[in-house]
Design a protein. Structure first.
Length: 393
Protein backbone atom coordinates (compact mmCIF):
# COMPACT_ATOMS: atom_id res chain seq x y z
CA UNK A 1 0.00 0.00 0.00
CA UNK A 2 1.48 3.32 -1.04
CA UNK A 3 2.25 5.93 1.55
CA UNK A 4 3.65 9.39 1.66
CA UNK A 5 4.84 11.77 4.30
CA UNK A 6 2.71 14.85 4.80
CA UNK A 7 3.74 17.82 6.86
CA UNK A 8 3.37 16.68 10.46
CA UNK A 9 0.56 18.27 12.42
CA UNK A 10 1.34 20.18 15.54
CA UNK A 11 2.73 17.95 18.25
CA UNK A 12 0.32 15.07 18.77
CA UNK A 13 -1.42 15.18 22.14
CA UNK A 14 -0.15 12.74 24.71
CA UNK A 15 -2.73 9.96 24.92
CA UNK A 16 -2.20 7.49 27.75
CA UNK A 17 -2.55 3.82 26.93
CA UNK A 18 -6.24 3.06 26.58
CA UNK A 19 -7.29 0.61 29.26
CA UNK A 20 -10.88 -0.60 29.33
CA UNK A 21 -11.25 -2.80 32.37
CA UNK A 22 -8.69 -5.60 32.07
CA UNK A 23 -8.13 -4.93 28.36
CA UNK A 24 -5.27 -2.79 27.10
CA UNK A 25 -5.88 -1.53 23.59
CA UNK A 26 -2.79 -1.32 21.37
CA UNK A 27 -4.10 2.00 20.08
CA UNK A 28 -6.63 4.51 21.53
CA UNK A 29 -8.93 3.75 18.61
CA UNK A 30 -12.24 1.87 18.44
CA UNK A 31 -14.06 0.83 15.28
CA UNK A 32 -17.70 1.81 15.73
CA UNK A 33 -20.35 -0.86 15.16
CA UNK A 34 -22.04 -0.27 11.80
CA UNK A 35 -24.94 -2.44 10.66
CA UNK A 36 -24.15 -4.29 7.45
CA UNK A 37 -20.52 -3.16 7.54
CA UNK A 38 -18.51 -4.25 10.58
CA UNK A 39 -18.75 -7.99 10.06
CA UNK A 40 -15.74 -10.22 10.57
CA UNK A 41 -14.47 -9.60 7.03
CA UNK A 42 -14.31 -5.82 7.43
CA UNK A 43 -12.89 -6.08 10.95
CA UNK A 44 -10.09 -8.36 9.76
CA UNK A 45 -9.29 -5.97 6.94
CA UNK A 46 -9.10 -2.98 9.30
CA UNK A 47 -6.97 -4.89 11.83
CA UNK A 48 -4.31 -5.43 9.20
CA UNK A 49 -3.65 -1.70 9.19
CA UNK A 50 -3.69 -0.77 12.86
CA UNK A 51 -4.36 -1.59 16.47
CA UNK A 52 -7.35 -0.85 18.63
CA UNK A 53 -10.70 -2.44 19.39
CA UNK A 54 -12.93 -3.61 16.55
CA UNK A 55 -16.61 -3.95 17.45
CA UNK A 56 -19.14 -6.23 15.78
CA UNK A 57 -22.40 -5.17 14.21
CA UNK A 58 -25.13 -4.54 16.77
CA UNK A 59 -27.02 -7.65 17.86
CA UNK A 60 -30.34 -7.64 19.67
CA UNK A 61 -30.09 -9.19 23.14
CA UNK A 62 -33.35 -11.09 22.70
CA UNK A 63 -32.26 -12.54 19.38
CA UNK A 64 -28.97 -13.65 20.88
CA UNK A 65 -30.67 -15.36 23.81
CA UNK A 66 -32.99 -17.08 21.35
CA UNK A 67 -29.96 -18.08 19.23
CA UNK A 68 -31.41 -16.91 15.93
CA UNK A 69 -29.10 -17.86 13.03
CA UNK A 70 -28.44 -14.22 12.17
CA UNK A 71 -27.57 -13.26 15.74
CA UNK A 72 -25.12 -16.14 16.00
CA UNK A 73 -23.50 -15.03 12.74
CA UNK A 74 -23.22 -11.49 14.06
CA UNK A 75 -21.24 -12.66 17.08
CA UNK A 76 -18.91 -14.92 15.09
CA UNK A 77 -15.23 -14.05 15.05
CA UNK A 78 -12.25 -15.28 13.10
CA UNK A 79 -9.68 -17.16 15.18
CA UNK A 80 -7.20 -14.29 14.82
CA UNK A 81 -9.59 -11.65 16.19
CA UNK A 82 -8.42 -10.71 19.67
CA UNK A 83 -9.78 -9.05 21.65
CA UNK A 84 -13.33 -9.78 20.50
CA UNK A 85 -15.84 -6.96 20.97
CA UNK A 86 -19.59 -7.20 20.50
CA UNK A 87 -22.33 -4.61 20.78
CA UNK A 88 -25.71 -5.50 22.27
CA UNK A 89 -28.99 -3.66 21.86
CA UNK A 90 -31.57 -3.94 24.63
CA UNK A 91 -34.54 -2.23 26.26
CA UNK A 92 -34.98 -4.74 29.07
CA UNK A 93 -32.73 -5.34 32.13
CA UNK A 94 -33.58 -9.05 32.41
CA UNK A 95 -32.96 -9.74 28.74
CA UNK A 96 -29.61 -8.01 28.64
CA UNK A 97 -28.56 -9.89 31.78
CA UNK A 98 -29.38 -13.19 30.06
CA UNK A 99 -27.54 -12.13 26.91
CA UNK A 100 -24.38 -11.06 28.73
CA UNK A 101 -24.51 -14.22 30.87
CA UNK A 102 -24.58 -16.23 27.63
CA UNK A 103 -21.60 -14.28 26.28
CA UNK A 104 -19.62 -15.05 29.43
CA UNK A 105 -20.60 -18.70 29.82
CA UNK A 106 -19.98 -19.54 26.16
CA UNK A 107 -16.89 -17.35 25.77
CA UNK A 108 -18.38 -15.43 22.86
CA UNK A 109 -16.44 -12.18 23.39
CA UNK A 110 -13.85 -10.37 25.49
CA UNK A 111 -15.71 -7.05 25.67
CA UNK A 112 -19.37 -6.06 25.56
CA UNK A 113 -20.66 -2.65 24.49
CA UNK A 114 -24.25 -1.49 24.97
CA UNK A 115 -25.98 0.54 22.26
CA UNK A 116 -27.71 3.68 23.49
CA UNK A 117 -26.89 5.72 20.41
CA UNK A 118 -28.89 4.30 17.50
CA UNK A 119 -31.16 7.06 16.04
CA UNK A 120 -33.16 5.05 13.50
CA UNK A 121 -36.93 5.12 13.79
CA UNK A 122 -37.52 1.39 14.17
CA UNK A 123 -35.33 1.48 17.30
CA UNK A 124 -36.33 4.78 18.94
CA UNK A 125 -40.07 4.22 18.44
CA UNK A 126 -39.66 1.19 20.71
CA UNK A 127 -37.85 3.28 23.33
CA UNK A 128 -34.43 1.90 22.41
CA UNK A 129 -31.13 3.29 21.23
CA UNK A 130 -30.70 7.02 21.76
CA UNK A 131 -34.21 7.29 23.25
CA UNK A 132 -33.57 5.00 26.20
CA UNK A 133 -31.27 7.11 28.46
CA UNK A 134 -34.17 9.54 28.90
CA UNK A 135 -35.59 6.92 31.27
CA UNK A 136 -32.80 7.18 33.83
CA UNK A 137 -34.01 4.42 36.17
CA UNK A 138 -34.35 1.97 33.30
CA UNK A 139 -30.96 2.96 31.90
CA UNK A 140 -29.33 2.42 35.31
CA UNK A 141 -30.90 -1.01 35.74
CA UNK A 142 -29.81 -2.14 32.29
CA UNK A 143 -26.21 -1.04 32.83
CA UNK A 144 -26.15 -2.49 36.36
CA UNK A 145 -27.43 -5.90 35.22
CA UNK A 146 -25.06 -6.04 32.27
CA UNK A 147 -22.06 -5.04 34.41
CA UNK A 148 -22.94 -7.67 37.02
CA UNK A 149 -23.06 -10.47 34.47
CA UNK A 150 -19.98 -9.28 32.57
CA UNK A 151 -17.99 -9.18 35.82
CA UNK A 152 -18.52 -12.93 36.24
CA UNK A 153 -16.16 -13.41 33.31
CA UNK A 154 -13.99 -10.35 33.98
CA UNK A 155 -15.33 -8.75 30.80
CA UNK A 156 -15.42 -4.97 30.56
CA UNK A 157 -18.85 -3.51 29.86
CA UNK A 158 -18.95 -0.19 28.01
CA UNK A 159 -21.68 2.21 26.92
CA UNK A 160 -22.01 4.08 23.62
CA UNK A 161 -24.52 6.92 23.45
CA UNK A 162 -25.54 10.19 21.81
CA UNK A 163 -26.05 13.61 23.34
CA UNK A 164 -29.75 12.92 23.72
CA UNK A 165 -33.02 12.85 21.86
CA UNK A 166 -32.86 16.47 20.69
CA UNK A 167 -31.48 19.77 21.98
CA UNK A 168 -34.38 20.07 24.44
CA UNK A 169 -33.90 16.56 25.81
CA UNK A 170 -30.20 16.02 26.38
CA UNK A 171 -29.22 12.93 28.36
CA UNK A 172 -25.48 12.41 27.95
CA UNK A 173 -24.22 13.96 31.19
CA UNK A 174 -26.73 12.09 33.35
CA UNK A 175 -26.14 8.89 31.41
CA UNK A 176 -22.37 9.21 31.67
CA UNK A 177 -22.49 9.68 35.43
CA UNK A 178 -24.95 6.80 35.84
CA UNK A 179 -22.83 4.45 33.69
CA UNK A 180 -19.76 5.37 35.72
CA UNK A 181 -21.58 4.79 39.02
CA UNK A 182 -22.97 1.44 37.86
CA UNK A 183 -19.54 0.08 36.98
CA UNK A 184 -19.17 0.63 33.24
CA UNK A 185 -15.55 0.39 32.11
CA UNK A 186 -15.81 3.29 29.64
CA UNK A 187 -18.32 5.53 27.91
CA UNK A 188 -18.31 6.72 24.31
CA UNK A 189 -20.19 9.77 23.07
CA UNK A 190 -21.26 10.55 19.52
CA UNK A 191 -21.55 14.32 19.57
CA UNK A 192 -24.95 14.46 17.89
CA UNK A 193 -28.52 14.08 19.08
CA UNK A 194 -30.86 11.45 17.69
CA UNK A 195 -32.74 14.24 15.89
CA UNK A 196 -29.59 15.12 13.96
CA UNK A 197 -29.09 11.56 12.76
CA UNK A 198 -25.83 12.03 10.81
CA UNK A 199 -26.43 15.59 9.64
CA UNK A 200 -24.69 18.78 10.62
CA UNK A 201 -21.53 18.92 12.66
CA UNK A 202 -20.66 16.78 15.66
CA UNK A 203 -20.48 18.74 18.92
CA UNK A 204 -17.00 18.04 20.22
CA UNK A 205 -17.67 20.46 23.07
CA UNK A 206 -20.15 17.94 24.47
CA UNK A 207 -17.39 15.34 24.53
CA UNK A 208 -15.24 17.75 26.54
CA UNK A 209 -18.10 18.37 28.98
CA UNK A 210 -18.62 14.63 29.41
CA UNK A 211 -14.92 14.20 30.08
CA UNK A 212 -15.19 16.80 32.86
CA UNK A 213 -18.22 15.02 34.34
CA UNK A 214 -16.91 11.46 34.16
CA UNK A 215 -13.56 11.27 35.90
CA UNK A 216 -12.81 7.66 36.86
CA UNK A 217 -13.25 5.77 33.57
CA UNK A 218 -12.19 6.51 29.98
CA UNK A 219 -14.33 8.78 27.84
CA UNK A 220 -14.16 8.16 24.10
CA UNK A 221 -15.15 10.67 21.43
CA UNK A 222 -17.07 9.91 18.24
CA UNK A 223 -18.26 12.04 15.33
CA UNK A 224 -16.70 13.68 12.26
CA UNK A 225 -13.37 11.89 12.36
CA UNK A 226 -12.64 11.77 8.65
CA UNK A 227 -8.85 11.70 8.94
CA UNK A 228 -6.10 10.93 11.42
CA UNK A 229 -5.55 14.63 11.92
CA UNK A 230 -9.21 15.00 12.91
CA UNK A 231 -8.67 12.35 15.58
CA UNK A 232 -5.63 14.15 16.97
CA UNK A 233 -7.56 17.42 17.00
CA UNK A 234 -10.52 15.85 18.81
CA UNK A 235 -8.26 14.58 21.58
CA UNK A 236 -6.51 17.93 21.80
CA UNK A 237 -9.75 19.89 22.04
CA UNK A 238 -11.75 17.58 24.30
CA UNK A 239 -9.21 15.75 26.44
CA UNK A 240 -10.93 12.45 25.61
CA UNK A 241 -9.05 9.21 26.25
CA UNK A 242 -9.54 7.75 22.81
CA UNK A 243 -11.65 7.98 19.68
CA UNK A 244 -14.36 5.93 17.99
CA UNK A 245 -14.32 5.99 14.21
CA UNK A 246 -17.29 4.99 12.08
CA UNK A 247 -18.12 6.44 8.68
CA UNK A 248 -14.61 7.83 8.26
CA UNK A 249 -13.19 4.37 7.53
CA UNK A 250 -15.79 3.39 4.94
CA UNK A 251 -13.88 2.54 1.79
CA UNK A 252 -10.57 3.32 3.51
CA UNK A 253 -9.60 0.66 6.07
CA UNK A 254 -6.07 2.06 5.85
CA UNK A 255 -7.31 4.94 8.01
CA UNK A 256 -6.29 2.78 10.97
CA UNK A 257 -2.66 2.92 9.82
CA UNK A 258 -2.94 6.70 9.65
CA UNK A 259 -4.44 6.79 13.14
CA UNK A 260 -1.63 4.67 14.58
CA UNK A 261 0.93 6.97 12.98
CA UNK A 262 -0.80 10.15 14.11
CA UNK A 263 -1.10 9.10 17.74
CA UNK A 264 2.56 8.06 17.68
CA UNK A 265 3.46 11.51 16.36
CA UNK A 266 4.59 10.20 12.96
CA UNK A 267 3.73 12.16 9.79
CA UNK A 268 3.29 9.34 7.26
CA UNK A 269 -0.17 8.76 5.82
CA UNK A 270 -1.41 6.09 3.41
CA UNK A 271 -2.17 7.53 -0.01
CA UNK A 272 -3.02 4.59 -2.32
CA UNK A 273 -2.97 4.48 -6.08
CA UNK A 274 -6.14 3.25 -7.75
CA UNK A 275 -4.45 -0.10 -8.34
CA UNK A 276 -3.78 -0.43 -4.64
CA UNK A 277 -7.40 0.42 -3.88
CA UNK A 278 -8.51 -2.26 -6.34
CA UNK A 279 -6.34 -4.80 -4.51
CA UNK A 280 -8.04 -3.90 -1.21
CA UNK A 281 -11.49 -4.22 -2.80
CA UNK A 282 -10.53 -7.68 -3.97
CA UNK A 283 -9.15 -8.65 -0.55
CA UNK A 284 -12.31 -7.36 1.13
CA UNK A 285 -14.47 -9.41 -1.24
CA UNK A 286 -12.50 -12.60 -0.64
CA UNK A 287 -12.81 -12.10 3.11
CA UNK A 288 -16.58 -11.70 2.65
CA UNK A 289 -16.66 -14.98 0.70
CA UNK A 290 -14.92 -16.68 3.59
CA UNK A 291 -17.21 -15.02 6.15
CA UNK A 292 -20.51 -15.88 4.44
CA UNK A 293 -19.31 -19.08 2.71
CA UNK A 294 -21.31 -17.78 -0.23
CA UNK A 295 -19.76 -16.11 -3.28
CA UNK A 296 -23.02 -14.58 -4.44
CA UNK A 297 -23.78 -12.99 -1.10
CA UNK A 298 -20.22 -11.70 -0.79
CA UNK A 299 -20.48 -10.04 -4.19
CA UNK A 300 -23.77 -8.45 -3.20
CA UNK A 301 -22.32 -7.22 0.09
CA UNK A 302 -19.28 -5.57 -1.51
CA UNK A 303 -21.49 -3.48 -3.80
CA UNK A 304 -22.31 -0.93 -1.10
CA UNK A 305 -18.60 -0.34 -0.52
CA UNK A 306 -17.66 0.46 -4.14
CA UNK A 307 -18.62 4.15 -4.10
CA UNK A 308 -16.72 4.61 -0.84
CA UNK A 309 -13.58 2.92 -2.16
CA UNK A 310 -13.62 4.85 -5.43
CA UNK A 311 -14.44 8.26 -3.91
CA UNK A 312 -12.39 10.94 -5.68
CA UNK A 313 -10.75 8.68 -8.27
CA UNK A 314 -11.40 9.16 -11.97
CA UNK A 315 -13.45 6.14 -12.96
CA UNK A 316 -16.06 6.19 -15.71
CA UNK A 317 -19.70 6.09 -14.71
CA UNK A 318 -20.35 2.88 -16.61
CA UNK A 319 -17.46 1.08 -14.94
CA UNK A 320 -18.52 2.31 -11.51
CA UNK A 321 -22.03 1.04 -12.15
CA UNK A 322 -20.81 -2.36 -13.31
CA UNK A 323 -18.56 -2.74 -10.26
CA UNK A 324 -21.53 -1.84 -8.06
CA UNK A 325 -23.58 -4.62 -9.65
CA UNK A 326 -20.96 -7.36 -9.77
CA UNK A 327 -22.27 -10.88 -9.13
CA UNK A 328 -19.24 -13.20 -9.46
CA UNK A 329 -15.58 -13.11 -8.43
CA UNK A 330 -14.50 -13.62 -12.03
CA UNK A 331 -16.53 -10.64 -13.22
CA UNK A 332 -15.11 -8.52 -10.42
CA UNK A 333 -11.53 -9.51 -11.24
CA UNK A 334 -12.03 -8.52 -14.88
CA UNK A 335 -13.54 -5.15 -13.98
CA UNK A 336 -10.90 -4.32 -11.37
CA UNK A 337 -8.16 -5.17 -13.88
CA UNK A 338 -9.58 -2.57 -16.26
CA UNK A 339 -8.99 0.29 -13.78
CA UNK A 340 -6.05 2.63 -14.29
CA UNK A 341 -3.77 1.04 -11.71
CA UNK A 342 -1.20 3.85 -11.87
CA UNK A 343 -3.71 6.62 -11.14
CA UNK A 344 -2.38 8.43 -8.07
CA UNK A 345 -4.25 9.30 -4.92
CA UNK A 346 -6.62 12.19 -5.80
CA UNK A 347 -6.02 14.24 -2.65
CA UNK A 348 -8.84 16.33 -1.24
CA UNK A 349 -11.39 14.72 -3.56
CA UNK A 350 -10.97 11.45 -1.67
CA UNK A 351 -11.16 13.06 1.76
CA UNK A 352 -14.01 14.30 3.90
CA UNK A 353 -17.45 12.98 4.74
CA UNK A 354 -18.68 9.65 3.47
CA UNK A 355 -21.57 7.37 4.29
CA UNK A 356 -24.91 8.46 5.72
CA UNK A 357 -25.57 12.19 6.21
CA UNK A 358 -29.13 13.29 5.53
CA UNK A 359 -31.05 16.00 7.34
CA UNK A 360 -32.36 16.50 10.88
CA UNK A 361 -35.73 14.92 11.56
CA UNK A 362 -38.24 14.40 14.31
CA UNK A 363 -37.39 11.43 16.50
CA UNK A 364 -39.98 8.67 16.56
CA UNK A 365 -40.77 7.84 20.20
CA UNK A 366 -43.41 5.81 22.05
CA UNK A 367 -46.46 7.91 22.90
CA UNK A 368 -45.89 9.80 26.14
CA UNK A 369 -42.20 8.89 26.34
CA UNK A 370 -41.07 12.42 27.21
CA UNK A 371 -43.71 13.04 29.90
CA UNK A 372 -41.28 12.07 32.64
CA UNK A 373 -38.04 10.15 33.13
CA UNK A 374 -39.32 7.31 35.29
CA UNK A 375 -40.48 3.92 34.06
CA UNK A 376 -43.80 2.36 35.09
CA UNK A 377 -44.61 -1.34 35.19
CA UNK A 378 -46.72 -0.90 32.05
CA UNK A 379 -43.82 0.76 30.25
CA UNK A 380 -41.46 -2.02 31.33
CA UNK A 381 -43.84 -4.68 30.03
CA UNK A 382 -44.28 -2.85 26.73
CA UNK A 383 -40.52 -2.61 26.30
CA UNK A 384 -39.96 -6.30 26.98
CA UNK A 385 -42.49 -7.15 24.30
CA UNK A 386 -41.02 -4.61 21.88
CA UNK A 387 -37.50 -5.92 22.14
CA UNK A 388 -38.45 -9.12 20.34
CA UNK A 389 -39.37 -7.19 17.20
CA UNK A 390 -36.34 -4.91 16.95
CA UNK A 391 -33.23 -5.99 15.10
CA UNK A 392 -30.47 -4.33 13.12
CA UNK A 393 -29.99 -0.55 13.04
Amino acid sequence: MGAMTDPAPATAPSVPTLRIGPLTAPSPVVLAPMAGVTNSAFRLLCRRYGGGLYVSEMVTSRALVERTPESMRLVSFASSERPRSIQLYTVDPATVAAAVRMVVEEDLADHVDLNFGCPVAKVTRKGGGAALPWKTELFARIVRNAVTEAARGDLPLTVKMRKGIDDDHLTYLDAGRIAEAEGAAAVALHGRTAAQHYSGTADWGAIARLKEAVTTIPVLGNGDIWSADDAVEMVRRTGCDGIVVGRGCLGRPWLFADLDAAFAGRPERVRPTLGEVAAVVREHTLLLVEHFADEGRACREIRKHIAWYLKGYTVGGELRARLAMVSTLDDQAELLASLDAEQPYPGDAAEGARGRQGTPQRVNLPDGWLADRSISADWARMLREAEVSVSGG
